[in-house]
Design a protein around this ligand. Structure first.
Ligand code: IPM
Ligand code: MN
Length: 363
């Protein structure tokens, strides 16, 4: 296989974790005989300062001609971010436009914590039970994040408004992705919503339940989002399977899930569109630890695994990366933010972690 990959290193810890991810990708290329051509492009807060835009035209051109995009986290320290006008901040000026440009509506965010690694979680081992293997699927290009934003004044009162719209097609297509995954994994599909209050949730549920009729073999469950937040801490195992969430609820609960497994550094993601997809970690750019070679590259390397699986249809290669990632932990090693209770020699730097994944892949 020959593929062109756009590399958006991003800000903060972005370049150092992307470097490790690319080591792993290179190893996969060598081992399985694939050719991955990389093209780097500026993206994020740094790109705003160097190019005048967080998503410059030349980056758009590079992404347009790439088969798939690998993106690091973006954003700088608050003081530096405050120098950037609102519309050019990386969230609204780069990430959302990237998602919109390629209509990457299905965001895969796996939450994986084998029983043997229950010590990573801030929760008691008996709460983690037999381990967690949840695939959260977040709708990524609709809802309140993409609705019209208004600030105004009426009858002497200032107000702000965020519009939240979901069309039937927007709900249907992501529900199909979630049910397909649940069927493939032979697990249940848990739909998370707020239908007791929101019209968009009632509409969402009606469409999801219509799609459910095409999947009689998939057990379907629906849970209110506030209760889901509670259960995620009390009984996270009940979510083992596929969870479907709209954009904002998915944003919030996937961060919470990162907390449940001990670190956002364990949260990779893939953002899949009809024609083009990209991958990114679910966390930010951690400017406070940038350049120190201590950031956990798991989320970025896991994003390579997801790229292989979900974007390039190379599930065997993807699994090899997952196995190697968990292999590092199985050997008793960890990363600095998860180091509590570990001997110092078992705590890996960013590049040692990447090297160990590569060594395991090379066998
Ligand atoms: C995420 C991030 C983004 C989001 C921000 C940075 C726009 O929090 O990918 O979860 O809200 O989707
Ligand atoms: Mn988020």
């Amino acid at each position: 296989m020959r593929k062109n990959i756009a590399i958006l290193e991003g800000d903060g810890i972005g370049p150092e974790i992307v470097r490790e991810a690319l080591k792993v990708l290179k190893t996969i290329g060598e081992r399985y005989g694939h050719q991955f051509n990389l093209e780097y492009a500026p993206f994020g807060a740094g790109a705003y300062f160097s190019e005048g835009s967080p998503f410059p035209e030349k980056t758009k051109a590079i992404c347009d001609r790439a088969d798939v995009i690998l993106k690091g986290p973006v954003g700088l320290a608050v003081e530096r971010m405050n120098e950037i006008p609102q519309e050019h901040r990386p969230e609204v000026g780069a990430i959302l436009p990237l998602r919109q440009r390629y209509d990457t509506y299905a965001n895969f965010r796996p939450v994986r914590l084998p029983k043997a690694l229950a010590n990573f979680s801030p929760l008691k081992p008996e709460i983690i039970g037999e381990g967690l293997d949840i695939l959260m699927i977040r709708e990524l290009v609709g809802g309140i994040y993409f609705g019209k934003k208004t600030e105004g004044s009426a009858t002497g009162m200032k107000y702000a408004e965020d519009e939240c719209i979901y069309t039937a097609e927007q709900v249907r297509r992501v529900a199909v992705v979630a049910f397909d995954e649940a069927r493939k994994r032979r697990c249940r599909m848990i739909n998370i919503h707020k239908a007791n209050v929101l019209a968009t949730s009632r509409f969402w549920n009606a469409v999801v339940e219509e799609v459910a009729r095409d999947y009689p073999e998939v057990a379907y469950q629906s849970v209110l989002v506030d209760n889901a937040a509670y259960q995620l801490v009390i009984n996270p195992g009940m979510f083992n399977g596929v969870c479907l969430l709209e954009n904002m609820m998915g944003d919030i609960l996937t961060d919470q899930a990162g907390g449940v497994i001990g670190s956002l550094g364990l949260m990779p993601s893939a953002c899949v569109g009809p024609e083009k997809s990209y991958v990114e970690p679910a966390h930010g750019s951690a400017p406070d630890i940038a350049g120190k070679n201590i950031a956990n590259p798991y989320s970025m390397i896991g994003s390579v695994a997801l790229m292989l699986e979900k974007c390039l249809e190379l599930p065997g290669e993807g699994k090899a990366v997952w196995d190697a990632l968990f292999g590092v932990f199985e050997k008793g090693f960890t990363t600095s933010e998860l180091a509590k209770g570990y001997a110092p020699e078992k705590v890996l730097s960013t590049n040692d972690f990447g090297d160990m994944v590569v060594d395991i892949l090379k066998g």
